[in-house]
Every structure is written in structure tokens, then in C-alpha cells.
Design a protein around this ligand. Sequence first.
Ligand SMILES: [Ca+2]
Length: 229
Amino acid sequence: MTVLALLLLAVSAFAQDKLPVDIPASAAAPADQVRGLRMEFYPFDPNAPKGLDSLDEAMTFVFMSQPQLSELLDVPAVDFPKNARTAPDTVISLGDYFFGAQAFAARKASLPARMSAPIGPRSVFVLRGFFNVEKPGSYNFRFPVDDGAEVKIGGQVVLYQKEYGGMFPDADPKYAATVNFSKAGVYAIRITHWDRGQELGIHVYSDLTAAQPGAFVLLPILTGTGGSH
Ligand SMILES: [Ca+2]
């Protein structure tokens, strides 16, 4: 094997082996913080010079914009299923596909238009919630997403998946993250979910609360308001 081949091997191994992310003990959330999963929707602005063509652009767009819609969802887990949608992009009800209709079926709200001809449909959802870590330790996460997402836990970036082209198998290494918690407690999770068009979805799996070692379950979200009443 040549030196160059060895070097390429080392580079590719480095790219695939993501380092665990340490969450500082100070990131544990105060007990009286609002629970539940808050969703903000940012449709593409056709007057913007750039077309939300990448996750990088989506992050900037969200930073510079106000959400068109903001809702506190009453859902038990981060689960925004793909293939649950029944209608084309243009006019659909949020309940048709968002969180398997649990959060929006009763509301009958229409999804704001996210078409932006001639560039095509683009949108960003920001999801913010809390989950419980009963025991300090190292836990594994998977964030299968269509198309891309940034995931922050306790203020730390644990995933920045910027590829697009549909959802790959859940076990694809690009969706994986290992997170170390030095202290038990409630932690914030913030997901910026970017979609470049057509199918969309995100799930958050972890072995944090799985009964079997190595098994993955949807990440349970704490709901209701805590602590102060
Ligand atoms: Ca998509």
C-alpha cells in the first residue's frame, strides 16, 4: 500500500468517526422551564437572493427571519415521519403529514405556501424541546432526516447533516452521534430541519431510554409545564 493510499484511508476514517460531544453539566435546564415541543415554520421568501439551497443558507435564513408559524405541539416524541404525506407540495394540511397528524389533525390548519417558482419548494422547521437524562453517561443518537438538519443538545452541536437527496437507512453513519452527559437532568434539544423539496421528515432515536442495550427508541419529549405549579 502506498503512502498516499494510507493517507486517504486515514482521512476517510477520520471523516466517518465523529468524536463524542460532551455536554457540560451547566447545560442542564432549570426545572421550571417550559416543556413540550415548540415548532417554528420558516417558508422560503421568494424575494430573498438565495434559494435555501443548502443547510448553511437555511441556518442564516432562520437567524435573519421571523417564523411564519409557531406552535407548541402536544406530542410524545420527536417524530416527523416521512411518507406520511398524502398530497403534493402546494396545498396540504399540516395534519396530513406533520407528526403523523397527532399535533395538527384537530387544528385543521393549512400549511403556508412554501412554493417559490422557479426555484422550487424549500422550507425550514425549527423544533425545540426538552428530554430527561436519568443517569449520567454516554448515549447514542440517530437523526435520520430528509433533507438536512442541525441538532443542538444543551447548546452543543451534535449533528450537522447537510447532504440532501432523501432519507437513507436509519443506521447510516452520517445520522449518528454519541453524546456524553456528565450530570443527570433535563436538557434542551434544538433541531433546525431543512427541506429542499418533495418528501421531508426527521426522527430522533436514542438508546437513552431503550430497554435493551444497543436498541434505539424515539426520543421522548417532556410535555406540559414543569416545576412551577
Ligand atoms: Ca426532501
